[in-house]
Design a protein around this ligand. Sequence first.
Ligand code: 5GP
Length: 138
Amino acid sequence: MSHEPTIFDAILAGEIPCHRVYEDDHVLAFLDIGPLSRGHVLVIPRERAAFMHELSDESAAALGAVLPRLCRAVMAATGCTAYNLLQNNGAEAHQAVFHVHVHIIPRFDDGSGLRLTWNAGTLETGEALAATIAAAVD
Ligand code: 5GP
């Protein structure tokens, strides 16, 4: 578990500039400095939490509530009709900045956007697994 300050704390504090597109008491959204496509936006909670599973219910609710509005704004501004939401947790899951963030990544006909390799398996023991996960929900 990491609660060390990250570059996003400096952005939240206004110490490092960013192209802000939205902010409220709980959330800030700004353009990604290394966009996968035009209009690639990062949405972050003001609360410092490295991973989604550490985020408070209050911040999570605020983050979830604003996402559809920001997706609509990105669609209206860029003209995209398809997009991915990406939220990485852990270095092995491609997380580089250890402050919760959701990527909104428009997908365009020119091939820009998120590229995925979807290594789908076959669900064979779903009943037991679902029960185990269900029992772990706090
Ligand atoms: P992750 O791989 O952790 O999910 O993605 C982190 C994202 O933060 C990357 O897409 C990267 O381009 C973006 N990023 C890192 N540093 C900065 C910064 O200083 N400013 C902005 N606007 N984006 C950043």
